[in-house]
Write a protein that binds this ligand. Sequence first.
Ligand code: AMP
Ligand code: ZN
Length: 464
Amino acid sequence: MQLYLYNTLTRQKEEFVPIRPGEVGLYTCGPTVYNFAHIGNLRTYIFEDVLKRVLAFNGYTVRHVMNITDVGHLTGDRDMGEDKMEKGAQREGRTAWDIAEYYTRAFKQDIARLNILEPGIWCKATDSIPEQIDLIRILEQKGFTYRTGDGIYFDTAKFPRYARLSSQNLDALQEGARVEKNPEKRNATDFALWKFSPAAAKRQMEWDSPWGVGFPGWHIECSAMSMQFLGEQLDIHCGGIDHVDIHHTNEIAQSEAATGKKFFNVWMHGAFLNIQGGKKMAKSEENFLTLENALIKRGIPPLAYRYAAFQTHYRKPMEYTDESIQAAKNGLEHLHNQVRQATGAGFDPSPAVRSEFREKFLTAINDDLNMPRAMATIQEMLKSDLPGTEKCATILDFDRVLGLSLDQVDKPREIPLEVQKLVEARLKARASKDFAASDRLRDEIQALGYEVKDTREGMKVLPR
Ligand code: AMP
Ligand code: ZN
């Protein structure tokens, strides 16, 4: 079945066709590690995890790279403002390096709690400074850069169709630029590739470069590292919607200027998590909630948030309220009860995944990751008159995409291998009408603490 994904670059849903058959190169912009991730950030990572799982469900091998932004890029998107890492270090009385390590660990713990699969490759910006310098050098040789008092800049006027990802009105931006503090920039959209350390102060994070001591601009790390680990032409690049206008637009400009080739084929963006009636949750706004204080401290399992995220399509804004998270908690508990009921029928050695529901589920997820529709299909299946064991097999198959650990609900699958083997042997004995062997095997199963029931729906095994 074809997989359709919405591509921000073309502004339409497209059939996904990978560059190399059967394989997908996926790059997702990772966290800036100067503070905890908030649940808005985590919404984006859940969307990306669903994408990755849907690709795997469709049979693709996914080569996934995620960066850790541990170089302090600046609080203003357009290369002005304070250094985020050094600001975090000052706030907490620790070094910028300690801050990066601490919040990287916290981030990895958060994503594990949400069953977000780790990328095959994690890469830290500070580990790839030479690659970033090399890329800037190429841009310099090709004439795309210029020098100002505070750094080396990319001249966006030299790159045709600079705004094609975002459709920004460049004239309006040029107008807005009059209030900007850097009069040396040639165009409002030009961005720093390398920033110089201030002459008077020593930064905690700084490196030598052909242009002087300093640090890379934010955007260059994603271009350098995606090419370093995945190659020059790639399949899918993701992030939150706020990355469209600046970060991803700049990544495309500098990468394509350097290689002369199309960078990524598909660009996908997740919409915001909002709070307080439509306000974006943001680290800078102090309105942000972490997994710890929004859920864990209130006795709500983190997976309830994952479940909540499935109720809204990833391209639509999602509003966080206490009630909505409580409703998600109840919804997840209800789903657990439904799974419990299905598995209450016991262990079935040969459960079947129901193809009509699988097809419906696949149609939903392959329609640009339509999780609300996929969840509706799941309810339809669980409420149908399918035998419990088939419901169970089907939902566990779907859980490869959901990632809700449904196989762990009361550990229904914890029937020991030894018992499972006896059950299978008994099934064979009955099929060949060897009732003496069947009875003997039943006794053996019972001796191990399990009860065998022959029901209309087949053989069931339950703990005694
Ligand atoms: P950051 O750590 O700030 O670089 O952000 C990490 C990811 O979270 C990026 O992909 C952002 O686009 C995304 N993001 C930031 N704020 C929100 C929000 N309120 N809702 C959803 N995603 C967000
Ligand atoms: Zn990025």
